[in-house]
Write a protein that binds this ligand. Structure first.
Ligand code: SF4
Length: 692
């Protein structure tokens, strides 16, 4: 009813990488409600987060003024009560806060590191990496992609030549068969999941593979609930069958790939009959899956953090890439490789160069020509040709005394890093910490200066979803009090650090990005004001190419590569003291570290309490009723948490969402990382569960 609101503003949902378009109905300076509109990714649909998750922006805990730590404040890291922060911080003017923030960073060169955010716009991500590179001369800048799909991107760049998806999730409409592995779209990409369900209703064969019996299992032709950590043995066994039974696409392999003979030879040792015990899936099922995928006319593969967050995460993705390539399932309608992106703008923030080894568009920092193309545009001197430190390496460098000052924009490493006490100790050791956020997060507990920023519903800018579709954000309401858009804060901080920045609007930043980013060819700010555009866009009229690499791959001689993957066991294997396996992730109602959704009225009402999932038989053995408390312990720490009965989880596993500060999952997790993507093994830790 149009009488319900004063005006509406069209923008993009602030949560997951699906990138649903929304209409925000505004009345009396507040968002009254949100509806889905006809965006290319959602066609009017929204999930519970998109529809009801917005009102955290009006929460009483919003930061409305810059804050500076008081000289007589208690020790850094103590939990700051958001209703009583005056014991820790004092209010300051923007001038004073920016001067203090810049004063602790300026001139410190390699002692400074930066964590940007996938919750920021493309322009803000670009400015953040430029700030570190131009301002401090090195590449110690990263963001949460390191904890998300860094291993997938490493494998895709290595073997396909591009870190983005080769087809959109809604291209599943043209597929006959689709694999969803290590992902739980029903909870984490709910609108994408509706396309997957529709696909099965039209007769498409869905193959779901996951150690948890995720929600899509009810729609699956095959549900492979394999043993955690056994991804490579299972995928290699499936590929073994395709080779053994001659089901591969010889013509495609010869025309578009390299290193096939080495892959074929490597796969000989992975007969399903040998692998079935290791991966917990009968050989006949592995053979049936291989036949269904290889003989389909068009097949797609989707994956999530269950693939990427392992010390063998890059190998997991290499297997998926090889599986698609050997069947010729890339580059045609209904085929493709699609790592489902987690955050609203993790694709765009990565594209914009918020990565320690890559400048925008994944151009290597080690390439002299690439760096000079950027320094020409930035009208600045050269910066380091060494790859910078990643998120977890930066925390190690703080402990080693090499990093002494940090600028954290919109990230919450005091909740999101593995073995989080290690990260919290590092934050406490810093000489100087600048946190830019919308709430006093757990990371802001350690800050010297807190700069009050904007939620995505309050800002202008562009974001890029999991499908490579670039869309325009529009502000429904202004930021509260003296809070400012993040790009404005970045510019003012940069000026005080001596950089000659003169930006007055994100559109100017976008224009600068487009100079050295070929992915933005034919995409302009003006165009995005009227339409969403998927890159690559081949002309000013082309809405973009959803399916890519039909003719050639962006690799030498245009060929994709097979990279064989061997079985590497998880780092922290169960033993007598820690006999079960912990896996962590998100749940439908809560987003990442919970700072936003736990302040969203409806979402918090639906899911107010920290909870874990255990099989009913495990609960019975423990003597715990569903809803009772359990203690979960790893070599790194212990939490107490309410237990739910969930038949979908294996009896020797426990699942803990990482959104709850009172039972922080990352107190438990293992910081061991994948050697290529440097992503921690969030999906596997040896654990003991007891009645609390
Ligand atoms: Fe938002 Fe993702 Fe839900 Fe869409 S599916 S409404 S983008 S959280």
């Amino acid at each position: 009813d149009s009488k319900d609101y004063d005006h509406e503003v069209k923008s993009v949902c602030a949560f997951c990488g699906v990138g649903c378009q929304i209409s925000m109905k505004v009345k009396d300076g507040k968002i009254k409600y949100v509806e889905g509109i006809n965006g290319p990714a959602n066609e009017g649909r929204l999930c519970v987060k998109g529809r009801f998750g917005y009102d955290y922006i009006h929460h009483q805990h919003r930061l409305t003024k810059p804050l500076i730590r008081r000289e007589d404040a208690p020790a850094k890291g103590l939990n700051v009560n958001p209703d009583n922060w005056q014991d820790f911080f004092r209010e300051a003017s923007w001038d004073e806060a920016l001067d203090v923030a810049a004063g602790g960073l300026k001139g410190r060169g390699r002692e400074v590191a930066g964590f940007g955010s996938a919750k920021c716009t493309n322009e803000e991500a670009y400015l953040f990496q430029k700030f570190i590179r131009q301002g401090f001369g090195h590449n110690n800048v990263d963001h949460c992609t390191r904890l998300c799909h860094a291993s997938s991107v490493a494998a895709l760049i290595e073997n396909v030549g591009s870190g983005a998806v080769t087809a959109g999730f809604n291209d599943i409409k043209d597929a006959d068969v689709a694999i969803v592995i290590g992902a739980n779209p029903v909870e984490n990409h709910p609108v994408a999941a509706t396309y997957f369900k529709q696909f099965t209703k039209r007769g498409g064969k869905l193959i779901v593979m996951d150690p948890r019996g995720v929600g899509l299992r009810r729609f699956a032709t095959h549900m492979l609930q394999f043993k955690p950590g056994a991804d490579v043995s299972m995928l290699n066994a499936i590929m073994h069958v395709i080779v053994e039974e001659g089901l591969y696409d010889q013509q495609y392999i010869e025309a578009f790939t390299e290193n096939w003979e080495a892959e074929k030879e490597h796969l000989a040792q992975f007969a399903p009959e040998k692998m079935e015990e290791l991966c917990g899936i009968p050989a006949e099922t592995l053979r049936a899956v291989a036949r269904d995928f290889a003989t389909a006319k068009a097949g797609m593969i989707f994956w999530g953090m269950g693939i990427s967050q392992h010390i063998h995460g890059t190998d997991n993705s290499r297997c998926l890439i090889s599986l698609a390539l050997m069947c010729g399932h890339v580059g045609r309608p209904g085929t493709g490789l699609h790592p489902l992106r987690g955050q609203n703008n993790v694709q765009g923030a990565s594209d914009a160069g918020l990565i320690p080894m890559f400048l925008p568009d994944y151009q290597s920092v080690t390439d002299d020509g690439v760096r000079s193309a950027f320094t020409d545009v930035w009208e600045t001197g050269d910066f380091s040709n060494e790859k910078g430190l990643t998120v977890t390496e930066i925390m190690d460098a703080v402990h080693d005394g090499a990093i002494k000052a940090m600028y954290v924009l919109g990230e919450n490493p005091a909740m999101s890093d593995p073995d989080v006490e290690h990260a919290r100790d590092a934050l406490a050791k810093l000489d100087h910490l600048v946190v830019q956020d919308i709430f006093i997060t757990e990371t802001a507990n350690y800050a010297d200066v807190i700069l009050p920023a904007s939620a995505l519903y309050e800002k202008s800018g562009t974001v890029s979803n999991t499908n490579r579709t670039v869309q325009m954000l529009r502000p429904a309401v202004p930021p509260p009090g003296e809070a400012r858009e993040d790009w404005w804060i970045e510019v003012e901080l940069a000026k005080r650090c001596g950089l000659p920045w003169t930006y007055t609007h994100p559109s100017e930043v976008f224009a600068e990005m487009a100079v050295n980013m070929r992915s933005l060819d034919n995409i302009t700010w003006e165009r995005l004001e009227n339409e969403a555009v998927t890159y690559p866009s081949l002309s000013p009229e082309d809405p973009g190419q959803s399916v890519v690499f039909g003719d050639a791959f962006p690799r030498p001689e245009g060929r994709a590569r097979f990279t064989p993957a061997s079985v590497i066991p998880p780092d922290d294997l169960p033993d007598a003291d820690f006999p079960m396996v912990l896996t962590t992730g998100r749940q439908l109602e809560h987003w990442h570290t919970g700072s936003m959704t736990r302040r969203a009225t409806v979402l918090d009402a639906v899911e107010p309490e920290a909870n874990c999932s255990l099989h009913p038989s495990t609960l019975r053995q423990l003597g715990v009723e569903p809803g009772g408390m359990v203690r979960i312990t790893t070599k790194r720490g212990s939490i107490e948490i309410m237990a739910r009965a969930d038949r979908a989880i294996a009896p020797d596993m426990v699942f803990v969402p990482f959104a709850y500060v009172e039972a922080a999952a990352n107190i438990l997790t293992n910081p061991a990382v994948d050697p290529y993507g440097k992503i921690p093994e969030f999906k596997y830790s040896a654990v003991r569960v007891e009645a609390a």
